[in-house]
Design a protein around this ligand. Structure first.
Ligand code: PRP
Length: 182
């Protein structure tokens, strides 16, 4: 598995420190509303599961965790531009403060579509916490309140990010060798 990686771009230690920082920021920003309206962390399956599990434990407030599955890529390295809801949330988000936890903002199409959908459900607020934001042209203008890392426009895997469903369990983020997917 590690042999398929050409270089590590974000180490385990950097991830740990960043999650702590994001958790502290969210704890501070949402302290006043945590016990009134309530907070819901939404995980966009499957890539964000690792991130949300760590992020949730770094937030020192009572919160709900819910899960949504959408599809945009399949087994290809390019976004299709189409997003389908494969699994919906288990509970209503109406009147609650929602934070979407995403693993990566690439074209931005997944988040754009998802935010449109969730806004219709009338949450008290809707923000995005993305672990990674890719530095690439033609990205949809998504307003992310919390961003872990800006990352290069390369084919990266690990810490939830896959290629053909593999490499999600790498504890770091690395660049996949082109010969693996070419
Ligand atoms: C990935 C990732 C984001 C989305 C980002 O999901 O987890 O949800 O693509 O890409 P975009 O900004 O170009 O829309 P994917 O569809 O690969 O599913 P997965 O989470 O199951 O890996």
């Amino acid at each position: 598995m590690h042999n398929d990686i050409s270089k590590i771009v974000i180490t385990e230690e950097e991830i740990r420190d960043k999650i702590r920082e994001l958790g502290q920021a969210i704890t501070k920003d949402y302290a006043d509303v945590a016990r009134s309206e309530g907070i819901v962390l939404i995980c966009v399956l499957r890539g964000a599961a690792t991130f949300m599990a760590d992020l949730g434990r770094a937030i020192e407030l009572p919160l709900e965790m819910d899960y949504m599955a959408v599809s945009s890529y399949g087994n290809s390295t390019q976004s299709s531009g189409q997003v389908r809801i494969l699994k919906d949330l288990s509970s209503s988000i109406q009147g609650k403060h929602v934070i979407i936890a995403e693993d990566i903002l690439d074209s931005g199409l997944t988040l754009m579509r998802l935010m449109e959908e969730l806004k219709c459900r009338r949450p008290a607020s809707l923000e995005v916490c993305t672990f990674l934001r890719k530095d690439r042209p033609n990205q949809a203008p998504i307003n992310c309140r919390y961003i872990g890392f800006e990352c290069p426009n390369e084919f990266i895997v690990g810490y939830g990010l896959d290629y053909a469903e593999r490499y999600r369990n790498l504890p770091y983020v690395g660049v996949l060798k082109p010969e693996v997917y070419e």
